[in-house]
Design a protein around this ligand. Structure first.
Ligand SMILES: CC(C)(COP(=O)(O)OP(=O)(O)OC[C@H]1O[C@@H](n2cnc3c(N)ncnc32)[C@H](O)[C@@H]1OP(=O)(O)O)[C@@H](O)C(=O)NCCC(=O)NCCS
Length: 331
């Protein structure tokens, strides 16, 4: 009997309407379009302006897009994994709320947090549940309202991040398509270099933490950049080596959209042609858990059944890795 693999069978996405351009940012902080474009590749990002809407709103929209496109009954979904670094509220899982709102009333759901690698790790979790035979339809959503944790007076972070969401459905496959291999890593050394200092159990919220702006993302950009370049490139070349893939065998690189220079360095190590490197960072910036599914959604029509796709990510923690997946359908 052939082994059951776990394949992506549908994709959905959502980004809010409001466009925050580099030119608008340059009226808010001391920066300019040329600096941001040349250092990051970002031109604009989407922002969820409504104060009363959280990350769940983005995730629900992306899931509803997938459900409508695939024309499935949400009652058939067994499980919803909600990858996010910006849950609606503390303690109560945002995923549980999202699952109820989309009508996935027979599913159980929880949040998965691994900063910018949340979605990649979520792919590993979702496919494991399918491969085990325990569940048949696992919905993985990656969503972040990064604007809720960004200090728009800090030019070193506010230029990078944006809001968005994407969703994929994993189902069993008997043709050997779907996830082939994964190489996932983490290193707690990263905790110091990319974080929100307060609001967790080590430094609960207080008047002082608010006054000190300790509830916003802070990063040592140069150090994060250095680790991201070497680790994302290492992970991607390792997964290729392990599966005897050359640059010619890989059809697409779907890499976390943190910085164009990091993606270019990864592609170079993989010896990939420029046209195989998928990018939308110029339009969305870094949407944290949403970058990989937003790429899948934007480029879905180009994928052919059997295409070899390498996913790669790097994020806070540090967390990083690479996944090799065979695409399972023609659009
Ligand atoms: C943040 C990042 C774009 C900064 O680029 P960089 O080339 O490392 O720039 P530096 O931090 O060395 O800053 C260079 C200069 O530009 C200035 N600068 C920083 N942000 C600026 C901005 N938005 N506009 C204009 N100048 C800026 C700095 O103050 C510094 O000036 P100085 O030389 O007078 O001190 C880059 O480090 C990066 O992308 N890091 C990874 C971040 C990331 O991906 N995080 C998420 C991980 S998932």
């Amino acid at each position: 009997m052939s082994k059951t693999t776990a394949a992506i069978t549908a994709v959905g996405a959502y980004v809010p309407d409001y466009v925050l351009t580099n030119d608008i940012l340059s009226t808010m902080v001391d920066t300019n379009d040329e600096w941001i474009t040349s250092r990051t590749g970002i031109k604009e990002r989407r922002i969820l302006k409504d104060k009363d809407k959280g990350t769940s709103y983005l995730g629900i929209k992306a899931a509803e897009d997938l459900i409508a496109k695939k024309n499935i009954d949400p009652k058939e979904i067994d499980m919803v994994i909600f990858a996010t670094a910006t849950p609606d509220i503390m303690v109560a899982a945002t995923g549980a709320y999202v699952a109820s709102q989309i009508g996935a009333v027979n599913a159980f759901s929880y949040d998965l947090q691994a900063a910018c690698s949340s979605f990649l790790y979520g792919m590993s979790t979702a496919t494991s549940y399918i491969e085990s035979g325990r569940y048949k339809k696992v919905l993985l959503i990656g969503a972040d309202k990064m604007s809720s944790i960004i200090d728009y007076t800090d030019r070193t972070t506010c230029i990078i991040f944006g809001d968005g969401a994407g969703a994929v459905l994993f189902e069993p496959n008997t043709e050997g398509l779907g996830l082939q291999d994964e190489y996932l890593r983490s290193d707690g050394i990263g905790r110091e270099f990319l974080k929100i200092e307060a609001g967790g159990s080590t430094l609960p919220a207080s008047e002082e933490t608010v006054a000190n702006k300790q509830h916003f993302v802070k990063q040592d950009g140069k150090t994060v950049f250095k680790y991201a370049v070497s680790n994302m490139a290492d992970a991607s070349s390792k997964i290729m080596e392990r599966n005897n893939l050359t640059g010619n065998d890989v059809n697409w690189l779907i890499a976390h959209q943190a910085n164009k220079r990091i993606i270019d360095a990864t592609a170079k190590r993989m010896e990939l042609d420029h046209n195989k490197v998928l990018m939308n960072i110029e339009r969305y910036g870094n949407t944290t858990s949403a970058t990989l599914p937003l790429l899948l959604s934007d480029f879905e029509k180009q994928f052919k059944k059997g295409d070899n796709i390498v996913f790669a990510s790097f994020g806070g923690g540090f967390t990083w890795g690479s996944i090799y997946l065979k695409w399972a359908y023609n659009s």
